[in-house]
Design a protein around this ligand. Structure first.
Ligand code: URA
Length: 430
């Protein structure tokens, strides 16, 4: 088989066979295929697309290109959740403990921040001592004993995707629905859970800017998951405005803790409860909504988070007393520029402003400032008066403020009329 022929076939709108896709993925994994051949095939795919069968075959080949987690040593149903990424999206930090408090085991691999979006692993590392690099044996043991573990990807899961993603990133071929779906699902399948809940974000802070694309991506991923024998559901949720009020690392952990105590912001609390209940239903738990409420009001979900923190080497006192988190040295208030309503707050731009404060990385391997971030006091739809504080920004380095403030202000638009409300839950694909 020759890569030239595969590229030509796809360029001319042909369909790749399973054997051809396996040949390609094996060659990417063992690096016998030249990056220019891979890039050309990605671009041909970007223009010609892949059908359902090709996408499933690509996903399965990538999922089996490296190690695969065998979760059979963990008793009971194992569930996983994945968000396609957003700004202020700390849902895993609240959903995972709630689900575990209801008796369903969560074995979750998470990632670091990417571009303007934050990552669960970075957020958890703001807790003193917390280890995100967990060997498989310990990972299984923590899930069996405590019911939950959130770790970074220490195993060699889906290495073909790692290679492909790095090339797509620099060849303008990231935003193709089949390629995104197979990339995400290859890692989820290799992670081994029985049930997968996908939170597909849509709006200014998401990969998918419009509902139609988000729905197509959700359908594609659900088909792949179910086609591979995993119970998979996708919920399509709004990411036009940052989720909750806190955007950063430690301040997002604090907001998740407050939500587990019943004091979270309305939008984040609602999404947390809905996603938790969906996962419980997938795991066959009855009266899911009531169980979620009870996990929060009884304090059991908070205890689960504390027990996970302690099992992963962190100081659980941070969960019971969030004043222990290190504070940023500097704070600045950001004020409304006119009277009226906030008609739009571009979530991606807010994410960029947050990264400029030091909460995100400019390049791979950069250190991040856990204390940096943005605390919103007003969001889209809120009425404001000129000069009223709409957000506070935090950083360890005061020189970061002016550029971050300018970027933040460019994200905010005002109107005289109250804007139409977008719903938080926009769709569900089963
Ligand atoms: N996240 C992934 O893991 N892969 C993509 O292609 C896009 C987002």
């Amino acid at each position: 088989m020759r890569m030239y022929d595969l590229i030509l076939k796809k360029r001319n709108g042909g369909k790749l066979t399973k054997e051809e896709i396996d040949f390609f993925v094996n060659g990417v994994t063992d690096k016998t295929i030249e990056p220019y051949h891979t890039s050309a095939l990605m671009m041909a795919t970007y223009f010609q697309g892949m059908d359902e069968e090709e996408t499933l075959n690509l996903t399965l080949a990538m999922a089996s290109s490296g190690e695969q987690m065998d979760l059979s040593v963990i008793d009971g149903v194992k569930v996983d959740k994945h968000s396609t990424g957003g700004v202020g999206d700390k849902t895993s930090l609240a959903v995972v403990p709630i689900v575990a408090a209801c008796g369903v085991k969560v074995a979750k691999m998470s990632g670091r921040g990417l571009g303007h979006t934050g990552g669960t692993i970075d957020k958890l590392e703001s807790i003193k001592g917390f280890q995100t690099s967990v060997e498989p044996e310990k990972f299984f043991d923590i899930v069996n004993t405590h019911g939950l573990c959130i770790a970074g990807q220490s195993m060699n899961l889906a290495p073909a995707d790692k290679e492909l993603y790095a090339l797509r990133d620099v060849t303008a071929t990231v935003d193709d629905i089949s390629l995104i779906a197979s990339s995400i699902m290859s890692k989820k399948l290799a992670s081994g859970s029985d049930c997968i809940l996908l939170d597909v974000k849509v709006g200014s802070g998401a990969f998918m800017k419009n509902y139609e694309d988000a729905e197509n991506l959700a359908r594609e991923m659900v088909k792949i998951g179910n086609g591979a024998g995993r119970k998979t559901v996708a919920v399509i949720t709004d990411m036009d405005v940052p989720l909750g009020n806190a955007i950063g690392n430690s301040i997002e952990v604090i907001e998740a803790v407050e939500t587990l105590k019943g004091n979270g912001p309305e939008d984040f609390t609602l999404l947390t409860k809905i996603l938790s209940a969906e996962i419980l239903k997938m795991a066959g738990i009855e009266n899911a909504e009531e169980k979620v409420e009870e996990a929060i009001s009884s304090g059991k979900a908070l205890e689960k988070l504390a027990s996970m923190v302690s099992a992963q080497g962190g100081d659980e006192n941070y969960i019971y007393d969030t004043s222990l988190f290190e504070k940023a040295k500097f704070t600045r208030e950001i004020k409304a520029e006119c009277d009226g309503f906030i008609s739009h707050m571009n979530a991606e731009t807010v994410g960029v402003a947050c990264a400029k404060l030091g909460a995100g990385r400019e390049k791979k391997g950069d250190d991040i400032d856990f204390t940096a971030g943005i605390m919103l006091s007003k969001k889209t739809g809120d009425k404001v008066s000129s000069g009223e504080v709409i957000a506070r920004i935090y950083a360890s380095d005061e020189s970061r403020f002016s550029s971050a403030e300018e970027t933040f202000l460019s994200a905010v638009e005002y109107s005289e009329e109250e804007p139409e409300k977008r719903s938080l839950i926009m769709g569900k694909i089963i």
